[in-house]
Design a protein around this ligand. Structure first.
Ligand code: ACO
Length: 429
């Protein structure tokens, strides 16, 4: 408990006092918003390792204790008891919906579950080899042009419409990206189904076969979407908030978030993990060799799916996903040697002083790819599935940023380039 709610910063002989901000879970920040005005100096913090960008009431995580909660509800309970649409509602509007509110939300989403046919032309023009994340980001951006009526960021109604349109249309686009990769005809889904049931049907439906819902697949995807739904101010979410802070609309901000998620140090790690596990298997399964590479500072290789900026104990999502991977493979009757390689790597890393000293534990991406692989989702689609789950988180964070009337994000810098110099004419250089 902090007794004195002030912080003192001494610059030279001058002492400056700053307020402390204390969060509802007793997290403490020094409010330096007046630092430059008072002192004419700034702070520098590459990667924002010590910098809070906002106050947020959406997600709480304690990296030391391995706690993750959405709007106060623990991730363990939500993953076990909730459906993804309830969680989306919770994140975006702040409370779990009652049946009436949930029905209305689903109805509004279904009423918007159509994507303009012309978007197919854009999709068709991408090469088959295009990475699905690039296609998803482009098509999400293109949605802006097809939905000009939801661009007024001052209008509560237009923001609500933009929210339900995005939640309705992104799964269709995701399924189109997946189906294009597989050479399957594009689908608009089934109005009669629930949100996650419809996603699975849109993806796995075959044109020449009656679709029979597999409850294991539905509940697994439901769980994975919930586990990925929000994670406070991570790289892609910060991107969404930063882009939105310039008063760019929701669709454009989410498209930028998708691009940020794509990178291998963030959401793209789920694809990288499977590629790493497959490479280990192909190489004969010698995990020790890859452990040594990960520890070798002259080798750029990192143990993908390990380590996290905030979790320094364990990632609670990884714990749930590890159990789910075991269950799903068992229920689907699949025996995948890379699950054993993953477990072996985890065991070795948790006993290795390099990883122990640096507090590197499996993160959300370590086991998720094994599940996607079991569901026959191609490697390149893994991060797209992550984006589908993260969508309500991005939406809620964008909405909160607007409601808090946050100023435009515009960091400063310390200039370390050339001082003023005179221009030299071309023939004198
Ligand atoms: N393998 C080997 N060494 C690692 C790993 C890893 N996966 N992760 C971190 N380290 C080492 C670093 O080399 C560094 O060592 P040093 O202190 O000797 O220089 C130390 O641990 C701290 O690592 P940083 O990179 O400074 O930690 P940071 O918080 O900046 O990065 C990150 C976190 C990006 C997640 C990092 O752990 C990583 O690259 N992991 C692999 C990629 C991954 O799984 N990303 C998904 C994260 S979850 C998500 O975004 C959805």
């Amino acid at each position: 408990m902090i007794m004195n709610d002030k912080a003192n910063i001494k610059v030279g002989n001058e002492n400056y006092e700053f307020e402390l901000i204390i969060g509802s879970e007793d997290e403490v920040a020094i409010d330096i918003s007046s630092l430059r005005t008072k002192t004419n100096i700034i702070t520098i913090d590459p990667g924002f390792k010590n910098t809070g960008a906002c106050k947020s009431a959406i997600t709480f995580l304690d990296g030391e204790k391995g706690i993750l909660r959405y709007r106060g509800y623990s991730i363990e309970e939500l993953a076990e008891k909730a459906n993804f649409l309830e969680v989306a509602y919770l994140l975006i509007f702040g409370d779990l919906p009652n049946q009436k509110k949930l029905d209305k939300f689903l109805y509004d989403i279904k009423e918007n579950s159509i994507v303009d046919e012309d978007l197919k032309k854009i999709l068709e023009s991408f090469p088959k080899s295009a990475h699905p994340m690039g296609v998803l980001s482009s098509l999400t951006s293109a949605l802006v042009s097809f939905n000009p009526s939801v661009l007024d960021i001052e209008s509560k109604k237009e923001i609500y419409d933009a929210i339900v349109k995005l939640l309705a249309k992104l799964p269709i686009i995701v399924s189109w990206v997946y189906r294009k990769g597989k050479g399957l005809p594009l689908d608009y889904g089934d109005y009669s189904l629930g949100y996650v049931e419809n996603i699975t049907k849109m993806m796995f439906n075959r044109p020449n076969k009656e679709y029979i819902q597999n409850d294991t697949i539905v509940s697994t995807i439901n769980k994975l979407l919930i586990l990925h739904a929000d994670h406070e101010q991570n790289c892609s979410t910060s991107t969404v908030r930063i882009v939105g802070s310039s008063h760019a609309g929701l669709f454009a901000s989410i498209s930028a978030g998708i691009s940020a998620l794509w990178g291998r140090l963030h959401g793209g790690a789920n694809q990288a993990v499977i590629e790493m596990l497959e490479a280990i298997e192909k190489d004969g399964g010698d995990t020790k060799k890859f452990m040594a590479k990960a520890k070798d500072k002259t080798d750029p290789f990192r143990l993908m799916g390990f380590g996290h900026r905030v979790y320094k104990n364990f990632d609670p999502r990884a714990k749930i996903i590890k159990v789910a991977a075991d269950e799903v493979l068992k229920e689907l009757g699949i025996s995948d040697p890379i699950l054993e390689i993953a477990k072996g790597l985890e065991k070795e890393a948790l006993a290795d002083s390099y990883f122990v000293d640096r507090k590197l534990y499996p993160n959300v991406d370590f086991y998720s790819g094994i599940i996607y692989k079991a569901l026959e989702i191609p490697n390149q689609m893994f991060t797209v599935m992550f984006a589908l789950g993260r969508l309500p988180g991005w939406i809620s964070q964008w909405k909160e940023m607007r409601e808090n009337k946050e100023p435009i994000s515009r960091p400063r810098q310390i200039y370390v380039g050339e001082r003023h110099r005179a221009f030299l004419d071309l023939d004198l250089r």
